[in-house]
Design a protein around this ligand. Structure first.
Ligand SMILES: [Zn+2]
Length: 226
């Protein structure tokens, strides 16, 4: 190989290395911008608990109270990792809470948002969609819409495309109406759906992690824009 030939080879290698460095820097910058550190306070309210199991998937022996607590802990870890301060209305499956307990606790924290985590139920095992609920239009609508937009990115339980959706709607729950911060009930997925039941009962916790990740994006989007 001639001296010029060797130089060309090295120049090519050098350009490739520089390009790789620049690309990784660009990816880092965009990544940082898309997911900024969190400085907000978040109350997570795992639905149901104690004597109230919530919706049940009998085929896969799943209860809503256990699933929502699981998702809440995963979500808490993600949010704390990003710098958010996180409060939880309940931390075990033996606690039975009234709506009054939930909003009284939430109001005592001075948090910026309250997200109540639920899974929906239906007698039809093929029904599955995601939605969010709001109480007071002016207080809750933006949060309900923002969390809804991140939930609709959830992969469909059958593996094709994303989960079906139902537009956020008004629901007269004390948790929403009597909390003094923007609040939403996230009806993440149908626990009664056959495919969801199969995914949720997988002990890798992948489905619960996907749900937690979607909620994290919505909550952090809301905090950075409000
Ligand atoms: Zn529920």
């Amino acid at each position: 190989m001639t001296y010029t030939g060797l130089f060309r080879v090295w120049a090519t290698v050098l350009v490739a290395i520089l390009a790789a460095i620049l690309l990784s820097m660009a990816a880092f910058t965009t990544g940082a911008r898309a997911q900024p550190p969190c400085s907000g306070k978040v109350v997570l309210d795992p639905g149901h608990g104690g004597t109230d199991s919530g919706a049940v998937n009998t085929k896969y022996r799943l209860t809503e109270k256990e699933q929502t607590l699981d998702v809440a802990y995963k979500l808490k870890a993600l949010l704390v990792d990003d710098g958010c301060t996180v409060y939880m209305t309940r931390t075990s499956n033996s606690q039975t809470l009234s709506n009054n307990d939930r909003y009284t606790y939430a109001n005592s924290t001075g948090a910026n948002v309250l997200v109540s985590i639920h899974m929906n139920g239906s007698t039809n095992p093929s029904t599955d969609y995601t939605t969010t609920l709001f109480g007071k239009w002016r207080k809750d609508k933006d949060l309900a819409n923002t969390v809804f937009r991140s939930l609709w990115t959830l992969p469909a339980a059958n593996g094709t495309g994303t989960i079906a959706t139902r537009k956020p709607y008004s629901f007269a729950s004390g948790v929403l109406l009597k909390s003094n911060m923007p609040a939403t009930i996230a009806e993440t997925v149908f626990i009664t759906n056959d495919r969801e039941g199969e995914l949720l009962s997988n002990n890798t916790g992948t489905r619960q992690q996907q749900i937690a990740q979607a909620l994290r994006v919505g909550i952090e989007d809301f905090l950075t824009t409000h």
